[in-house]
Design a protein around this ligand. Structure first.
Ligand code: HEC
Ligand code: HEC
Ligand code: HEC
Ligand code: HEC
Length: 160
């Protein structure tokens, strides 16, 4: 008879651990985890879909800008920067409403251009890259002058 005691004790502890486990699990696992309506997603929280969809839209794409900046849109889409969106240089549409228009990013500094055009070995060789503005001037046998900027010669909306 004595030999059953520790088996019973073990069974009690095991039951307590299992009850504890399911109690804690019920408490911390989010409601829609793994289930979405009648559809089972597995390792996924179903409600996160609608929560993400409800986030405010930040980037609208160049078609949004086209509505009011048709001329610039046309100019850009026919030139070297046609592949990049207006918002990649001007920051997202949220920065631009009736009250904050003068705060839209308009960064035409050397650094802003070099973010994409600095020569890096990781960039595809066919991508237009320059080492720095001095070298760029040397390559064209032009005189480099202090204070020179990319925008002296390139229009950001029609770079060549
Ligand atoms: C509802 C109309 C409208 C839309 C849509 C719109 N803009 Fe504008 N934007 C204006 C007006 C009006 C001005 C001020 C007049 C001007 O300079 O042409 C302006 C000015 C600007 C300026 C110059 C700000 C300054 O400081 O001189 C930039 C840059 C600009 N918009 C970028 C964008 C980009 C990028 C988008 C798309 C994400 C966009 N706009 C969408 C109406 C609009
Ligand atoms: C490569 C970066 C770049 C892209 C892409 C770009 N812009 Fe600009 N944009 C600039 C810079 C830099 C200026 C400021 C120019 C200056 O100071 O002379 C500017 C100026 C402007 C202005 C002020 C008016 C003017 O002509 O100077 C508007 C409006 C504008 N951009 C709208 C747009 C729209 C719309 C698009 C997309 C069709 C777009 N931009 C794409 C860099 C860019
Ligand atoms: C967001 C990245 C980005 C920024 C910022 C940017 N560019 Fe570009 N640029 C590109 C891409 C992409 C191309 C097209 C490359 C291609 O056609 O393979 C390009 C092409 C060019 C070309 C070659 C155009 C042609 O017709 O061959 C010039 C010149 C140029 N950019 C100058 C500038 C200048 C000046 C600035 C700063 C005002 C600037 N870029 C900012 C991405 C960028
Ligand atoms: C003094 C005028 C001038 C200045 C300043 C200047 N560029 Fe240029 N850039 C040119 C000319 C002209 C070309 C065309 C060269 C050619 O067709 O071989 C060119 C070509 C380019 C190209 C295309 C290169 C290729 O291999 O296709 C890029 C990218 C470029 N410039 C970026 C810049 C950037 C970024 C700046 C600022 C750091 C800048 N440029 C400043 C005149 C200038």
């Amino acid at each position: 008879m004595r030999h059953y005691n520790h088996v019973i004790r073990f069974a009690i502890i095991l039951t307590a651990v299992l009850i504890g486990f399911f109690a804690v699990r019920g408490f911390i696992v989010p409601e829609s985890f793994g289930v979405y309506g009648t559809y089972m997603y597995g390792y996924h929280r179903g409600n996160s879909d609608s929560e993400e969809a409800a986030q405010p839209i930040l980037y609208y794409g160049s078609d949004k800008c086209r509505k009011c900046h048709e001329k610039l849109y046309e100019q850009e889409s026919q030139a070297g920067h046609s592949k990049i969106a207006c918002e990649s240089c001007h920051a997202n549409w949220q920065a631009h409403n009736n009250n904050t228009r003068n705060k839209v990013l308009k960064n035409g500094s050397i650094e802003a251009c070099m973010q994409c055009h600095k020569k890096l070995s990781a960039r595809p060789a066919a991508f237009p890259q320059i080492t720095d503005i001095k070298q760029h001037m040397d390559d064209q046998e032009q005189e480099f002058e202090k204070g020179m900027e990319c925008l002296d010669c390139h229009d950001p909306h029609e770079p060549l």
